[in-house]
Write a protein that binds this ligand. Structure first.
Ligand code: HEM
Length: 464
């Protein structure tokens, strides 16, 4: 019992002093800057009070490990995710306890390396299809292009559905869900059942996505065919008592995978393209490696271990611009971190953004240096100095999928195109639920080489 123990203090933080509480990050236009500043000011454990709710912001890898790996049962997902239950339902990202464990066990086999290996050719094929639409010298929003591409890949590989016909509507609805779900103040303080104009828009967006998902589920049930995708597996999966998932459960998992699986990877790619365009020396090394290993042909799964520098680029991009930029938990039991009390019901948060840019772990932390990953830096770092996919039992189920997809798309596109950023166009990170470019990334497409394009060009010349 806490009462019989020495009473532990709540850590100091910006909510103390002349103000007893503050809206803290909720009131800050830029949570990335806010967290960076208060950690610099107060150290590795910062106490925040938002109204009567207490949050410990922790920043040391060992403390993060304690929460995610050593005591995961003492913490459940944070309030923002909980408040988004209307969207995610009881899908993998938001469910807890025995229910979560059962779902995770059912879904896990679909993400095994051997299983997702089969998705590699789809990933390359869909990327090439996108490139067929691109023209040399054209200006496009790279982020929009990446969102469209990863949405189609998730649709095909996880649901065996061609979502191309729905991509526009789904894309719009997803954007709205992400935008509204990421408005922390709104999410926390305005109940989702209140018919406010924003909630009505949110409800409409959810319905739009549900319509597509229920259609896919119905088509699958009717066909009874296992096409090797995740949804077929979940449809066929049986509990010990023989019961199967209801349409509602399938909808919850599907929407979770849709949301968790496509925007994060699209962000990784978008930030990587931007970093490459800003760092021509790195880009040149990437082109050299692709030239040596692939020599103009499309990449396959077997090529990935040979694309060492390409992988360092992705690792470094995920360090500087982690799509999951922060993590939140709520304590369901009293706990103690670094001599401070974590009372039951309080929040514990930590930010990949600040930990990944900490000079205790990284030299010149704000610089994009893929070379830093040569020579096993990862092994020398504390386990949670680099954790773009989280850790412990709730770690990302799609990490292998995401890394494979990012590398294949990067290698396919970079062989054919490079991007020249539109001068003066602001590229600004927006820390919503994920970390994305607030206004997208506008760039001019510059054709490098293309086998098919060269062939067409030569035929045309011959014809002339
Ligand atoms: C670069 C891409 C990605 C990043 C950075 C990322 C990051 C994360 C992180 C940090 C978590 C843990 C959240 C927490 O502890 O609260 C997570 C969980 C999850 N991710 Fe990812 N993710 C990515 C791609 C994917 C993909 C491609 C999928 C599916 C196809 C996916 C599905 C999930 C699911 C279902 C969970 C919840 C797992 C559970 O609690 O059992 N993610 N992701």
């Amino acid at each position: 019992m806490m009462a019989s123990r020495v009473k532990l203090k709540f850590p100091p933080g910006p909510s103390f002093g002349f103000r007893r509480w503050s809206l803290g990050p909720l009131n800050s236009g830029d949570p990335l800057e806010y967290f960076t500043r208060i950690i610099r000011e107060y150290g590795d454990v910062v106490g925040l009070r938002i109204f009567n709710f207490r949050i410990l912001l922790i920043n040391h890898p060992d403390h993060i490990e304690e929460v995610l790996v050593k005591h995961p049962r003492k913490f459940i997902k944070g309030r923002v995710l909980q408040a988004n239950k209307r969207v995610f339902g009881r899908g993998l990202l938001t469910s807890e306890g025995d229910f979560w464990l059962r779902q995770r066990r059912l879904a896990q086999p679909a993400f095994h390396r051997a299983r997702i290996a089969g998705y590699a050719s789809t990933m390359v094929e869909y990327t090439e299809r996108l490139l067929d639409e691109w023209q040399d010298g054209e200006e496009r929003d790279i982020h929009k292009e990446m969102m469209r591409l990863t949405l189609q890949i998730v649709g095909k590989t996880l649901f065996d559905a061609d979502v191309e016909r729905d991509a526009k509507d789904i894309g719009k609805s997803m954007e709205l869900l992400l935008e509204l779900g990421a408005d922390f103040r709104r999410t926390l303080f305005i109940p989702q059942w209140l018919p406010t104009p924003t909630n009505i828009r949110l409800e409409r967006a959810i319905r739009q996505i549900e319509k597509v998902l229920y259609r896919i589920i119905a088509e699958k049930r009717a066909s009874g065919r296992d096409a090797g995708d995740l949804l077929s597996m979940l449809l066929a999966a049986q509990d010990e008592d023989g019961s199967r998932m209801t349409d509602k459960q399938l909808r919850d998992e599907a929407i979770t995978l849709f949301l968790a699986g496509h925007e994060t990877t699209a962000n990784t790619l978008s930030w990587t393209w931007w970093l490459l365009a800003e760092n021509p020396a790195v880009e040149a090394k990437l082109h050299a490696e692709l030239g040596t290993v692939l020599a103009g042909r499309g990449p396959s799964l077997d090529d990935l271990p040979k694309l060492v520098y390409t992988n360092h680029i992705i690792t470094e991009s995920l360090r500087l611009y982690p799509p999951a930029w922060g993590t939140a938990r709520t304590a369901v039991e009293d706990h103690e971190i670094s001599g401070y009390s974590v009372p039951k019901g309080s929040g514990v948060s930590f930010a990949q953004w600040t930990v990944h840019r900490d000079r205790r772990w990284y030299e010149a932390p704000d610089e994009f240096r893929p070379e830093r990953w040569e020579g096993d830096l990862l092994k020398r770092l504390p386990r949670f100095a680099y954790f773009p996919f989280g850790g412990g039992p709730r770690q990302c189920i799609g990490n292998t999928f995401a890394l494979m997809e990012t590398a294949l798309i990067l290698a396919t596109i970079a062989q054919q195109f490079r991007f020249r950023l539109v001068e003066g166009y602001p590229v600004v990170p927006l820390a919503s639920i994920t970390l994305r470019p607030r206004h997208g990334i506008r760039a001019v497409l510059e054709l490098r080489t293309s086998k098919s394009r060269v062939a067409v060009g030569e035929n045309e010349r011959l014809a002339l």
